[in-house]
Design a protein around this ligand. Structure first.
Ligand code: NAD
Length: 516
């Protein structure tokens, strides 16, 4: 099969009136579809339950985006069995056929890109450019993993041996769980799921409660392009019930999880237990949180640094694992740079992201709002509140973009993931102190370093211990196939989504030698 080389999907320019008009049209069409009910999908059958989870618009919590069936342990049992039943033929389906299916799905996402973007505006409060960027990322992930699967199959791997016909090949693992978060409900769910599927595995997908509708649309889309029944099973439901039952299940072969550190660590522990009847050690990938630093030294372009600090901290309300929630600034330029950050932050327009002019929407739900406000309270005792600090009066979970100055490197707001629009500015003595501070949390996901001095940049590349390091640019916005993504330390198992090795997690190598 010959397919053209990978090319990143371009994002839309909403300065173009045609793009704006198209997206507005999609927002209206999707609005007419809100509030529908979505069943579980097990072995291709639609299964409804009496209980339901309501996924609501965080800008208007009374607006129901989707009503979802709720899986329990019995559904987990059925879905795992359906997966194994489908595995027999799916694992033997030629890689080229599985890759083609992914490419068809990517094409379908392209053709529904505005609708998918619009759905994420309603379901998780993404501003337009973030929602569109995510749809493009989902396309990239499918396109990338389709090519990677073909490449792995054809790679000439081992040295020939006289008198033997030898082979080294990759086999799928079996049936696995994909447990996804709400903040990239399309891209991350697509990424983990499509990588598992193209490798020949079957999947039971448990999406986040607050983003169940996007996952249901993805399930429909994959069914539409011809994924056989049982290869992908959708269990909307609660993490502590369906998620936990999946992780514990003895017939689950692997768990691919993206989400919080707290839940990730719990999954790691539980998946290590070998249950009665279990014939393998579960393979687990955990991509978790971050407390990412943007370090600026005195040689840096301060206008650029101010812009990128602001974008890193407040893009999608700071609800990105890659968000730059710490600005670590060398003392000699701290007082010059921070006012520029404050100016840019003041200009951020907060509101309902259906409005194209809004760049900061709501946080995901009432629990998140409460947690972020609690951290802001903690921050009042740990630094100087320079901007924001409150919630917007009225409906919706809106929190003002908030900046604390003079924060100590080991303060709670400088070391714990807040996952909201809160930036902690930290003064560093010099560039070495800046790097030391950047490395001083348990996390190690992304980081940025701003400098004009080549030796400082070389030093930062050598010293900053993060999975995704950026020089003179923001800490967010990894592109699949370009910036393989995954963190060190408590940010996760560093499986590097969108990278050259990602599929290996979903495969096991078999060596075959035949005496001639
Ligand atoms: P979360 O951990 O609360 O939930 C993630 C998923 O786990 C959801 O589907 C949830 O239902 C499920 N879950 C909850 N409890 C469970 C349990 N006991 N057993 C099994 N499953 C369970 O995370 P979230 O709030 O959805 O997402 C935000 C977090 O994800 C942040 O910490 C963010 O940094 C992180 N994240 C990391 C990356 C990355 O690539 N490193 C990307 C996106 C988000």
């Amino acid at each position: 099969m010959i397919i053209p080389p990978f090319r990143s999907e371009p994002t839309l320019d909403f300065a173009d009136p045609n793009s704006r008009r198209d997206f507005e049209g999609a927002l209206q069409r999707v609005a007419a579809r809100l509030g529908r009910r979505y069943p579980l999908v097990i072995g291709g059958e639609l299964v409804d339950t009496r209980d339901e989870i309501r996924s609501c618009n965080p800008a208007h919590p009374d607006q129901v985006v989707g009503r979802h069936a709720v899986a329990d342990a019995t559904h987990v049992e059925q879905a795992v069995a359906a997966g194994w039943a489908a595995f027999r033929s799916w694992s033997r389906t030629p890689v080229a056929e599985r890759a083609l299916l992914l490419l068809r799905a990517a094409q379908l996402i392209r053709s529904r890109r505005h609708e998918l973007g619009a759905l994420m505006v309603y379901e998780v409060g993404k501003p337009w450019d973030e929602a569109d960027g995510e749809a493009a990322e989902a396309v990239d992930l499918m396109e990338w993993y389709a090519r990677q699967a073909l490449e792995l199959e054809s790679r000439d791997k081992m040295v020939p041996w006289p008198g033997e016909a030898t082979q080294f090949r990759y086999l799928p693992l079996g049936v696995g769980a994909v447990i996804s978060p709400w903040n990239f409900p399309l891209a991350l769910t697509t990424g983990m799921t499509s990588a598992a599927l193209v490798s020949g595995n079957c999947v039971v997908l448990k999406p986040a409660e607050t983003a169940s509708t996007t996952a249901a649309w993805l399930m429909d889309l994959l069914t539409e392009v011809g994924l056989p029944p049982g290869v992908l099973n959708l269990l909307s439901g609660r993490g502590e019930v369906a998620g936990e039952a999946l992780v514990d299940h003895p017939q689950i072969r692997f768990v691919a999880f993206t989400g919080s550190r707290e839940v990730g660590v719990r999954i790691y522990e539980r998946a290590a237990v070998v249950h009665r009847g279990q014939r393998w050690l579960k393979r687990v990938q955990l991509e978790m949180g971050g407390k990412n630093a943007v370090v600026v030294d005195e040689t840096a372009d301060l206008d650029l640094a101010a812009l990128e600090i602001t974008r890193s901290a407040f893009g999608f309300q700071g609800q990105k694992c890659s968000a730059g929630s710490r600005a670590v600034i060398v003392s000699s330029v701290y007082d010059e740079l921070l006012p520029r950050v404050l100016e840019l932050t003041k200009a951020i327009r907060v509101g309902d992201p259906v409005d194209s002019q809004v760049s900061l929407g709501p946080v995901i739900d009432g629990d998140a709002e409460e947690k972020i406000l609690d951290y802001i309270q903690v921050g009042r005792g740990e630094g100087d509140l320079l901007l924001g600090g409150g919630r917007r009066v009225g409906e919706g979970h809106f929190i003002e973009p908030t900046v604390f100055g003079g924060v100590a490197a080991q303060a709670r707001i400088a070391t714990e993931e807040i996952f909201g629009p809160v930036l902690a500015a930290i003064r560093a003595r010099d560039f070495e102190d800046g790097i030391r501070i950047a490395n001083s949390t348990d996390y190690g996901l992304t980081g940025s370093y701003f400098s004009r001095a080549p030796e400082r940049i070389a030093n930062a590349k050598d010293q900053l211990h993060v999975g995704n390091l950026y020089i003179n640019r923001r800490s967010t916005g990894a592109m699949m196939g370009v910036h393989p993504f995954g963190g060190f330390n408590m940010s996760g198992t560093d499986t590097k989504a969108g990278g050259p090795d990602y599929l290996l997690f979903f495969l096991q190598g078999q060596s075959v030698a035949e005496k001639l």
